[in-house]
Design a protein around this ligand. Sequence first.
Ligand code: DLL
Length: 432
Amino acid sequence: MIFDIEKETMPREDLKKLQLSRLQDLCSRIYYNVPFYKKKFDELGVKPADIRSLDDLKRLPFTTKQDLRDNYPYGLFAVPLDNIERIHASSGTTGKAVVDGYTRRDVATWAELVARGLTMAGATASDIVHVAYGYGLFTGGLGAHYGAERIGATVVPMSGGATRRQVQLLRDFGATVLCCTPSYANYLYEAAVDQGIDIAKLPLRVGVFGAEPWTDEMRQDMERKMGISAHNIYGLSEVMGPGVAMDCEEKNGMHIHEDHFIAEIIDPETCEVLPEGSTGELVLTTITKQGMPLLRYRTRDITSLDHTLCHCGRTTARMTRITGRSDDMLIIRGVNLFPSQVESILMEKEGLASTYQLVVDREGPLDTLEVQVELIEGMFSDEVKAMQEQEVRVRKKIKEFLGVTAKVTFVAPHSIKRSEGKAVRIIDKRKM
Ligand code: DLL
């Protein structure tokens, strides 16, 4: 099913025309209403009227997370505060919070885009949607909530935490759709096993998982053990929250709602726009947002775009699974590495759980990497030798495929701290 057949299957030529007129409108709105953008345009000698084609986007300035921090809290709003209906923010681990303001229309658009995504995942008005993303300033909970209401589903606004109770209510309320981070879904699965509940036997049939990187191997594992169809959902607070892009039934990249966002891929070092199909940093321009529109926002997320037609019939571009944020990229003795690359290798090995951590440290001038991975229940062996041999096999594979020498340590089931939201995959002792 397609939520908005006209917009989601629009011929690309028409879509581009719509994008251009919305981009021109955006440029006028921000030039005349946001001093930060007026200054940037003036410095580059560009006026809104100079934007005559989508290609002219390249002439416009980028916006970075630092720009948002410098204009904290309301400096980038393009409407008077009276017209802001909602505020969300992401705390970030360092520095000031990054704030986003939504007008009434922005909230309605957001609900509609999440509704499109839920429909792509196969959810309908007959579903019971259990939302275990956190509610509050984080966009996950309320974003999924409004989207589920918009398709007419029954919403269970559970939020994160109280994991034992979540499992009981998943069973008792008969949820058919679960929205949470993939790592929390794994945690819920483990908690269910502990309580003697087999999630695969519950009515649950769809997972809407996102807010953190995860691999296709992890998706397959979750689909198998939980008896669900698991879909990837992408978004970020600054741009809207969940609902920027979503997997359809083909699970072959996430469809970007291009009538609302223009996506570009740039080289994060040179900021040059890369040719179609290249991997690089995703840059998003919000062409319909009123409250806090962003021009060429540098997401730091690494992905690539695919414009080929999808079998589902939608004409929008798809972004590949995010390998990681450029901020999360580790450089171990000169080799660039994302946690998700290690995850792909771990998930191929039988007996290893999906809970792992990369511990980075320094010995003298050299960086060291230790991969700690949990064994699944029943696989912890007293036979030290057998375990060591297995560890060596994983180490060799990491070296062979990623070019990094890592120490691999198998740890007991449930020994790595679980998160109720985004998983912590990197412990960087060099920074402590
Ligand atoms: O995580 C919004 C969201 C909520 C998305 C619920 C999906 C579901 P932030 O907390 O601002 O917002 O974090 C945004 O999380 O820039 C990515 O690095 C990462 N991220 C989000 N979705 C995915 C995904 C929400 N599907 C940051 N795969 C983004 C990989 C993701 N990374």
